[in-house]
Ligand binder design. Structure first.
Ligand code: SF4
Ligand code: SF4
Length: 326
């Protein structure tokens, strides 16, 4: 069972606990990669430097060298290449916290379902501090630590391959019931004259999951399984790692959107530990308890627990945890 350290607020006592944990975990490390998501240009609910400063201050005060890192996006925008991605992070003021690295170098890692290009700056570091904004995601229910690695620690090419690998193939036993139409959050899928018509597809696999007749299968594997497999491939290359989830401004969709849509849950707090699966599960449980329901399933039609279960199956971590309140 993994320990997850929780506090509703980022108070002095909690920061002291995190400092002790990080000092102990990163003992002997020189260069630390801080894995972040700088947020899409125009997004108002993604991290700002003030959200991250208390954690980089811990690194600084304890003599660690560190840099802030994120990878290029698979979709078009300022974050789709190292140059404008870095300029965007600087424009948001993240350079005041420390050096920013956005380069596209990678090493190829063999996973269960496919090969994953894992970002080299993370692999080359002595340790990775993964700081994730926990919020909804329309492809995976929610996005936290697993998603920050399973997409965020991988190259643009691998991100595209994950989305491609989760796309559906139609089998012979389809009876045109249209359940898959309703499962698509974007209305991309239509059944016209008993045939599937795809206006587009992000490969989230939700239509496959919701088909009552098992008449669809993913090209490679379900999106959530590929996400967890990619996260596990990345994590397998880290020398040391520690995870902090920030469950505040819990929006319906992720920080890759210009508008992450409505806030679907009250601010819940901070969750930290050495096990990304436990940290995500603790975060999800606390939000669900607080709201009296699974808000991610309600708003995004997808259970985020799929990625948690897939990660557990791969041996990436343990969803059983002990919550330590600070
Ligand atoms: S939900 Fe399944 S059976 Fe129904 S139309 Fe879609 S693929 Fe066919
Ligand atoms: S895989 Fe996702 S995005 Fe693609 S059609 Fe199915 S539900 Fe829509």
């Amino acid at each position: 069972m993994s320990e997850v350290y929780f506090s509703k607020e980022l108070n002095e006592k909690y920061l002291k606990v995190l400092e002790e944990n990080i000092k102990q975990k990163f003992n002997g490390c020189k260069k630390i990669a801080v894995k972040l998501h700088f947020g899409e240009k125009g997004n108002k609910t993604a991290f700002i430097p003030e959200d991250i400063k208390p954690f980089t201050d811990i690194l600084k005060e304890n003599g660690f060298e560190y840099f802030l890192f994120d990878s290029s996006t698979s979709y078009e925008g300022v974050r789709d290449n190292p140059k404008t991605h870095k300029e965007h992070a600087v424009e948001k003021g993240f350079d005041e916290l420390g050096p920013i690295v956005t380069d596209d170098s990678f090493i190829l890692v063999n996973g269960k379902h496919m090969d994953y290009e894992v970002c080299k700056p993370l692999v080359d570091s002595d340790a990775v501090l993964v700081i994730s904004h926990f919020k909804g995601h329309d492809c995976s229910g929610f996005g936290g630590a697993i998603k920050n690695l399973g997409m965020g620690a991988l190259t643009k090419k691998t991100k595209q391959e994950i989305h491609e690998g989760g796309k559906p193939e139609i089998l012979d036993n389809c009876n045109a019931c249209k359940a898959c139409e309703k499962a698509c959050n974007w209305g991309f899928l239509k059944i016209v004259n008993n045939k599937h018509v795809f206006l587009d597809c992000y490969g989230c696999s939700n239509c496959i999951i919701k088909c009552p007749n098992k008449a669809m299968k993913p090209k490679v594997a379900l999106f959530d399984s590929l996400l967890a497999d990619g996260a596990n491939a990345a994590r397998s290359q880290f020398k040391k790692d520690y995870y902090i989830n920030v469950a505040k401004k819990i929006t319906k969709i992720c920080d890759c959107a210009i508008n992450s849509k409505e806030v679907i849950a009250e601010d819940t707090g901070y969750f930290a530990g050495e096990d990304p699966v436990a940290v995500d599960k603790a975060c999800y449980d606390a939000i669900s308890k607080q709201e009296g329901k699974d808000v991610f399933l309600k708003f995004n039609q997808k259970s985020g627990l799929r990625q948690v279960k897939a990660a557990e199956k791969l041996g990436m971590g343990n969803p059983e945890y002990q919550l330590v309140k600070a």
